[in-house]
Design a protein around this ligand. Structure first.
Ligand code: HSE
Length: 402
C-alpha cells in the first residue's frame, strides 16, 4: 500500500516536487510511515518524452473523483484557477499543500477553515521563504510566545540584485538582466522588483502571528527600482547595506505596523549579512527574544523540498486537522506614515534650504556627481512629518534607516 498524491501544475516547482518524491523516495517513506507515490500530474500542456508523461492529465475531475488520491499538491501559481481547483480538492475530501503565495495571501483564511471543518489539512510551507521552515516553526514551535516582530528578506531575486550592485558596482538594469538570465526572477520581474512578492509573503506571516486575515493591498510596498549606484556608494560610506525588508511589528493595541521597502541596515542588524539569493526571517518573541531563520528562499528543489515536507506531515495526520490559527476577520493596519524612522535623503537642494526645512540633521559629504545637491540623514521623525518637511525640496531619493 502507498499513499497516492497528485500534483497540479508541472512548472518549475511542480516538476521539482515530482523529482524530490522520486529521488528521496526512501527517506520520505520512512518519515511518512508509508510510501508516497505521485499518481497524477495536472497540466494543460503536453510534455512529450517527459519521465512523468504517463501521469499527465488535463481534467482536474480525474483527480477530484479518484478516492485513492488523498493529498494534492498545488504548484500552479496565481489565484485562479488555483483557488477553484484547491477548493474542489478540499471539498472532495483531500488535503492540499501549496507553494502559491498569491493564493494563500488572498484566500488563506477560507481554505484553512474549509480544511478544518472537514478534518483535512491545508498547508503552505513553501509559500514563504522557499525551503526555510518558517511557517511550521511559527505554527508548531514558537507557540509559547507572543511574536512581537517578524522582519525578513523574503525575495531572493532583489537580494541577489542589491548584493551584485554593491559587490560589482553594477547598475540596476545590468543586474536585473543577469538575474533574469539565471532564472531567479519570476516571469514578470515586476512582482519581485516592485516588492509585490515580498508583500504577499509578509501578509501571510502577519496573518499567522496576528491570527487574522491581512489585506495585502493595504500594505505600503516600495520596491528597489529607484536604487542607484550612488545610493549603494552612500550606504557603504555609512557602513550600512541596502536591503529590501518586509517588516511587521506588533503595537500595544495588537495592530501591526507593516511595511515592505528598501532599508539602510546598520552593521549590527541580523539581516545585514544576508547576501545573494538567500532569504532570512528575523523573529522576536516576548519570551524567546531573537531568532533568525536563514536559507534558500527560492528555486526549484528548495521550494519543492518544503512542499514535500507538507506532504509528509499530512500523510502522518490522515483525517486529523493540524490547527492553523488564521481567522477570516480582517486585521486593521495603521497608516504607515505614523511610524517614525531616520531617513537618508539625496536632494538637488543646497544645505541652507534643507536646514530651514528640517532643522538639525547630519549632512554627508557628497560624491562628485551630487556636488550641486545635498545628501543627509534626518533625526527620527514620522513618515508624515518627513513628507511635510520635504514637501518643497527636490528629492532624488529617500530610504529609511533600520
Ligand atoms: N521570485 C521569488 C524570489 C521566488 O525571488 O524570491 C520565490 O517566491
Amino acid at each position: 500500500m502507498s499513499k497516492k498524491v497528485a500534483i497540479m501544475g508541472y512548472g518549475t516547482i511542480g516538476s521539482g516536487v515530482a523529482e524530490v518524491l522520486e529521488k528521496n523516495h526512501e527517506i520520505i517513506a520512512r518519515h511518512a510511515g508509508e510510501e508516497i507515490e505521485c499518481k497524477y500530474i495536472l497540466d494543460i500542456r503536453d510534455f512529450p518524452g517527459d519521465v512523468n508523461e504517463s501521469k499527465l492529465v488535463k481534467d482536474v475531475d480525474i483527480i477530484a473523483n479518484d478516492p485513492e488520491v488523498s493529498i494534492v499538491v498545488e504548484t500552479m501559481g496565481g489565484v485562479e484557477p488555483a483557488y477553484t481547483f484547491v477548493k474542489k480538492m478540499l471539498l472532495a475530501g483531500k488535503s492540499v499543500t501549496t507553494s502559491n503565495k498569491a493564493l494563500v495571501a488572498e484566500k488563506g483564511a477560507e481554505l484553512i477553515h474549509i480544511a478544518e471543518e472537514r478534518e483535512l489539512n491545508f498547508q503552505f510551507e513553501a509559500s514563504v521563504g522557499g525551503g526555510i521552515p518558517i511557517i511550521r516553526s511559527l505554527n508548531k514551535c514558537l507557540t509559547a510566545d507572543v511574536i512581537e516582530e517578524i522582519s525578513g528578506i523574503l525575495n531572493g531575486t532583489t537580494n541577489y540584485m542589491l548584493t551584485k550592485m554593491r559587490d560589482e558596482k553594477s547598475t540596476y538594469e545590468a543586474v536585473l538582466k543577469e538575474a533574469q538570465s539565471l532564472g531567479y526572477a519570476e516571469k514578470d520581474p515586476t512582482a519581485d522588483v516592485e516588492g509585490h512578492d515580498a508583500c504577499r509573503k509578509i501578509a501571510i506571516l502577519t496573518s499567522l502571528i496576528s491570527e487574522r486575515q491581512v489585506d495585502f493591498r493595504k500594505i505600503q510596498t516600495e520596491g528597489i527600482t529607484t536604487i542607484t549606484p550612488a545610493d549603494i556608494a552612500y550606504a557603504k560610506k555609512l557602513n550600512r547595506r541596502i536591503k529590501l525588508v518586509a517588516s511587521s511589528v506588533r503595537r500595544p493595541d495588537q495592530t501591526f505596523d507593516i511595511l515592505v521597502a528598501p532599508f539602510l541596515l546598520a552593521e549590527g542588524n541580523p539581516l545585514y549579512t544576508v547576501d545573494g539569493v538567500f532569504n532570512a526571517v528575523f523573529v522576536h518573541g516576548n519570551m524567546l527574544g531573537d531568532a533568525m531563520f536563514f536559507g534558500s528562499g527560492a528555486g526549484k528543489l528548495p521550494t519543492a523540498s518544503a512542499v514535500v515536507a507538507d506532504v509528509v506531515d499530512m500523510a502522518k495526520h490522515p483525517h486529523r486537522n493540524i490547527p492553523v490559527h488564521w481567522e477570516e476577520e480582517e486585521l486593521s493596519i495603521p497608516d504607515y506614515l505614523e511610524k517614525a524612522y531616520r531617513f537618508y535623503v539625496r536632494t538637488k537642494n543646497k544645505q541652507e534650504e534643507i536646514k530651514s526645512a528640517f532643522g538639525e540633521l547630519d549632512f554627508i559629504d557628497p560624491l562628485l556627481e551630487d556636488a550641486d545637491g545635498s545628501v543627509f540623514l534626518t533625526k527620527e521623525i514620522s513618515g508624515r512629518e518627513f513628507e511635510q518637511r520635504a514637501a518643497d525640496l527636490q528629492l532624488l531619493q529617500r530610504i529609511r534607516l533600520k
